[in-house]
Design a protein. Structure first.
Length: 362
């Protein structure tokens, strides 16, 4: 891997720095975060182009074990926790207009969701308890701890089938998909835990139910930060802290679900028997290889390889020519998904062309 590509994965750390600078300036300065993410970086994508390079077989193991890449994601978990606590400190210690309050929460949510949940997703797939702990800590800061259960044990099993709440269907708008994935994934996480406990001969209300613990941990996190803010201000309970934390969480997990929406839109695994589907293949995920957005998102856009090899670390994920390709990086596609007519007019012809091509090849 080139030095430029190695260093490119530091790009994510620019966003919390920009949010800190914007908070110091106030006003419309918070808009610098969404402008960078949704305008400047896509422009850089077009300028710098795509990166279709794959690790060689001889370099794969060394790259997979390279501690530099591991430290980047592990360090982020602590950065995010400190960043959220710092944002609470700023909310209670300095006056904010309603406009600034909302924009600040949106900027924080873009950081904790766009980058944070992406990192949590990467860490959550690793087989070390430490990295799994860091993944859960990240999800705690955005009130979405159930994602750890549902994504790993639900989505990766049922992706691109009718059984997966996180897979969007053809002609399904994001606004119809959103309640399906938010509420469906939460329900699925409870069902997965119920099934796991049942195999152990335990009831759903047993203390070993992880969903119960995740709910308690999230409530304790929110409560502790409300008390922290109240202690700093000495003006009674600061409910605005709770509002701020919930708003940034909403922005964060909404970005996650927008990403889920575009990753598997309209793609279907064939049913080989009653209730059984074919193996997950590269053709069941949308991919993109723009250099800048791939660096920002730890190569999440090489989504086919992730589903085929969930244990692969982000730096070793490969580009597959045979996988369906999005016309733009995730940042642009997320914005397009917010406008269903535009999304359908752009993606349905690509999807239909892809389906015809796959039919001919099969």
């Amino acid at each position: 891997m080139t030095l430029t590509k190695r260093l490119s994965f530091l790009l994510c750390y620019v966003l919390p720095i920009l949010a800190v600078i914007a908070e110091g300036m106030g006003g419309v300065s918070y808009l610098i975060v969404p402008i960078i993410v949704f305008i400047l970086l896509p422009v850089l994508d077009l300028i710098l182009g795509r990166d279709k390079s794959n690790p060689t077989e001889t370099s794969f193991q060394n790259l997979q074990n390279d501690s530099y890449f591991r430290y980047l994601t592990q360090t982020w978990a602590y950065v995010q926790l400190i960043f959220v606590i710092w944002s609470v400190y700023r909310i209670v210690s300095y006056p904010h207009t309603t406009f600034e309050f909302v924009l600040f929460a949106v900027a924080v949510g873009i950081v904790t969701g766009g980058i944070g949940i992406t990192v949590g997703h990467e860490l959550g797939h690793k087989n070390t308890r430490y990295e799994q702990f860091l993944s859960k800590m990240i999800y705690m800061t955005v009130c979405y701890m159930h994602f750890y259960i549902e994504h790993n044990r639900g989505h990766h099993t049922h992706v691109s089938t009718p059984n997966d709440p996180a897979s969007s269907k053809k002609n399904q708008s994001f606004y119809r998909f959103y309640p399906q994935t938010v509420f469906g994934a939460y329900k699925s996480a409870w069902e997965l835990e119920k099934r796991r406990l049942s195999k152990l001969g335990l009831g759903i209300l047993h203390y070993r139910n992880e969903m119960i613990w995740y709910s308690i941990i999230t409530l304790l996190f929110l409560t502790s930060l409300v008390f922290f803010g109240s202690f700093l201000s000495s003006k009674g309970i600061r409910w605005d802290v709770l509002g701020f934390l919930l708003l940034q969480s909403f922005v964060a997990f909404s970005l996650l679900e927008l990403t889920n929406y575009i990753e598997h839109y309209g793609l279907k695994r064939n049913e080989v028997s009653n209730g059984r589907f074919e193996k997950v293949l590269p053709i069941h995920s949308w991919n993109q290889n723009y250099f800048v957005s791939n660096a920002l998102l730890f190569q999440l856009q090489r989504h086919s390889d992730h589903h085929a090899n969930a244990g692969r670390r982000y730096q070793t994920l490969r580009h597959f020519e045979e996988a369906p390709q999005l016309p733009f990086g995730y940042e642009v596609m997320i914005l397009i998904a917010l406008f269903p007519p535009l999304w359908f007019s752009m993606m349905n012809p690509i999807l239909e062309s892809w389906e015809k091509k796959s039919l001919v090849q099969s």
